[in-house]
Design a protein around this ligand. Structure first.
Ligand code: ZN
Length: 444
């Protein structure tokens, strides 16, 4: 939660001017609009027993993770709408929300999702049947990770595109989960969390912020996953060998909760994780991980040798963590990391022509990398990549009391109507070292 030290502006106050960032944002709009929503939401319609207008996409969307891209697509359309004001994107958000509402009504118990037999999963868990591995839960491929994308998409539709209907659907889905988890004792809940579950704690924390309902705060804390939180809160760095992008979203949730709950364990866990990942486990582009896992902090040789270097999803989530850290503490090092990872990893993770997105960015000398194909590749980093290029405006500016902070030299304008200000930032950075030209203009 923001404080006076680094309060961010809403994304729709910022507009990018011409630059590689603006070009990447435009390319992202073209890419996301090229996707077929009927295909993206086919898994949801299938699970709800409704008629599909088209077949689901292939790749991960048909291999057990159906619906995850649909959730990211909803987030991406909503965020890109806020960043651009493009009415076509708002129409896409509204259409997706209608489909999800119809699916939820057909299920009848609040559930909505593309997870294979996802409604049954709730009944199994409520009966005490928990069979969790790192990447499976009751025989399904990371179903809570998948459902998190749906929940996050609905919340983003509310926050970035003003959809009250999306919030209603999110409340219904959360209610379904609360009725499931009420049957789970704490040890069974911890067992469920053994399988990758995305940012469920952050989503419930955001739902609490949006509604003020305490049961969501309790559930956000219940998603803490003691196996990660307890060692971090005790000051221990046990990250070697762990699947990186399973852990980073959990800590994003800790960071969102630490301030408003004044929970010292959550705050300390965030500090230890941040210090470990940013100072001891990241390379110059701001990325981390080899083959999706944290390599030993004392040995970067796998990073240089392996074709599967930093994963884009990891940096997507580390940027969320950096932003929350800056908002909470005014920590300039968080902005330094944000800048490094934004310019060097995220901007480069998109093909400037096709809009294709990158999974791994190899650090291996002379190695190539692979870009997604719009109608075929349906990986995690395509999903997070649909959101990444909407986010360039997030932290260019912030405010500390009455002061305006310029954090990133990305050509843009800011509207600050409470002060009657419009700020225009023009710069050639990093292609030129000319000091940015700031021109605040008083209206009238
Ligand atoms: Zn990924």
């Amino acid at each position: 939660m923001a404080n006076a030290r680094g309060t961010s502006f809403p994304l729709d106050r910022i507009r990018l001017l011409d630059s590689p960032f603006r070009q990447a944002q435009d390319t992202s709009v073209r890419y996301i609009l090229s996707l077929d929503a009927d295909r993206l939401f086919a898994p949801y319609l299938h699970e709800a027993g409704l008629v599909r207008a088209a077949e689901a996409y292939g790749n991960w969307e048909s291999d057990g993770l159906g619906g995850h891209i649909g959730g990211h697509y909803l987030s991406g359309c909503a965020r890109l709408y806020a960043a651009t004001g493009n009415a076509e994107l708002l129409a896409k958000v509204r259409a997706a929300v209608v489909i999800l509402g119809n699916c939820q009504a057909a299920h009848g118990d609040g559930y909505v999702g593309g997870v294979p037999r996802g409604g049954d999963l709730g009944q199994e868990l409520a009966r005490g049947e928990v069979d969790a591995d790192l990447f499976t839960l009751n025989g399904r491929w990371v179903p809570l990770y998948n459902l998190h994308k749906t929940l996050a998409g609905l919340l983003d539709a509310r926050v970035f595109a003003g959809s009250g209907e999306a919030l209603d659907i999110a409340v219904g889905l959360a209610g379904w989960w609360l009725r499931v988890s009420a049957h789970l004792a704490d040890d069974a809940f911890e067992e469920v969390l053994h399988a990758e579950f995305g940012g469920m704690n952050e989503a419930f924390a955001l739902l609490w912020e949006l509604t003020g309902r305490e049961e969501y705060l309790r559930e956000a804390r219940r998603f803490s996953h003691r196996a990660l939180l307890d060692p971090l809160a005790a000051g221990q760095d046990l990250l070697d060998g762990l699947h990186a992008n399973t852990q980073i979203p959990k800590v994003v949730g800790y960071a969102r909760l630490a301030g408003p709950t004044h929970d010292a364990d959550l705050a300390h866990a965030c500090d230890i994780f941040w210090e470990s990942v940013v100072s001891r486990r990241s390379v110059s582009i701001g990325g981390n991980s080899v083959r999706e896992h944290f390599h030993p902090a004392s040995d970067f040789s796998p990073m240089v040798q392996d074709p599967q270097g930093p994963e884009t999803c990891n940096t997507y989530n580390m940027l969320k963590l950096a932003k929350l850290r800056f908002e909470a503490h005014g920590d300039a090092a968080a902005v330094d990391f944000f800048e490094r990872a934004t310019y060097n990893h995220i901007l480069s993770s998109q093909h400037p022509g096709t809009g294709g997105l990158v999974y791994f960015t190899p650090m291996r000398p002379g190695h190539y990398r692979v870009y997604s194909r719009a109608q075929e590749s349906m990986w995690c980093c395509v999903g997070s990549g649909l959101e990444n290029h909407a986010r360039y405006g997030e932290l260019i500016y912030s405010r500390a009391g009455n002061d305006l902070l310029v954090n990133l030299y990305i050509p843009s304008t800011l509207d600050w109507p409470e002060y009657g200000l419009r700020v225009r930032l023009e710069t050639g950075f990093p292609f030129s070292d000319t000091w940015p030209w700031l021109l605040p203009r008083k209206r009238r």
